[in-house]
Design a protein. Structure first.
Length: 173
C-alpha cells in the first residue's frame, strides 16, 4: 500500500503544482485560464480520491484485524495501535481535502470578482502546504500499519500452518 500511496501522492503533488503554475503565469485574463480552471477542479477531485483511499485502507485493515480477533483470538494486542493510527490520520486527510476544496471555491469567488485573487492564492498555498504535511503523516502511518498487518499475518500463519493434502503439488519432505 505504501508504494501505491506514494505514487498517488506524487501524482497529486505534480497536479497541484501544475495548476498553481498555470494560475500564476496566466491568471484570469488569458485563454489559458480555462485550463487552470478545469485542471484545478480535476486535481481537487483527485486529491479527495487520494485521501479517501487512505481512509478506506485504514477502515479495511481495521475490519480485517477485528475479524481475525473474533475468529481466532489472535492479534488482540495489535488492535490498539491500528485504532490510534486511523484516528491520527483521519483528521489530517479530512482537513487536507476540505482545505483544497475551499481554495477552489474561493477561486470561483476570485473569478467572479467577489473575492480578491490574493485570497484564493494564499488559501491555496496554505492548502498545498497542509497537503504536503498530510501526505507525510499518511505515509508514516500507512507503513506502520502495514508492518502490523504483516505481524498479524505471521501470527496467523504460525497458529494455523497450512496442512499438506493429497491435492498439493509438492510432496512433504
Amino acid at each position: 500500500m505504501a508504494v501505491i500511496f506514494a505514487g498517488l501522492a506524487i501524482a497529486d503533488i505534480i497536479l497541484m503544482v501544475t495548476v498553481g503554475v498555470l494560475g500564476y503565469l496566466y491568471g484570469m485574463h488569458d485563454d489559458m485560464f480555462k485550463y487552470h480552471f478545469m485542471l484545478g477542479f480535476l486535481t481537487t477531485v483527485f486529491n479527495i480520491f487520494v485521501h479517501c483511499v487512505v481512509i478506506t485502507y485504514f477502515l479495511g485493515t481495521g475490519i480485517w484485524l477485528k475479524e481475525a480477533i473474533i475468529q481466532t483470538g489472535i492479534g488482540r494486542e495489535l488492535r490498539a495501535p491500528t485504532w490510534r493510527f486511523k484516528w491520527k490520520v483521519f483528521p489530517f486527510a479530512l482537513i487536507a481535502a476540505l482545505s483544497l476544496g475551499a481554495g477552489v471555491v474561493l477561486g470561483g469567488g476570485a473569478h467572479t470578482g467577489a473575492l480578491s485573487v490574493s485570497t484564493h492564492f494564499w488559501v491555496i498555498i496554505a492548502a498545498f502546504i497542509f497537503n504536503l504535511l498530510t501526505f507525510f503523516v499518511e505515509f508514516r502511518f500507512i507503513t506502520r500499519n502495514t508492518a502490523i498487518m504483516y505481524e498479524l499475518r505471521n501470527q496467523l500463519q504460525a497458529a494455523f500452518p497450512a496442512s499438506q493434502t493429497k491435492s498439493d503439488p509438492v510432496p512433504p519432505n
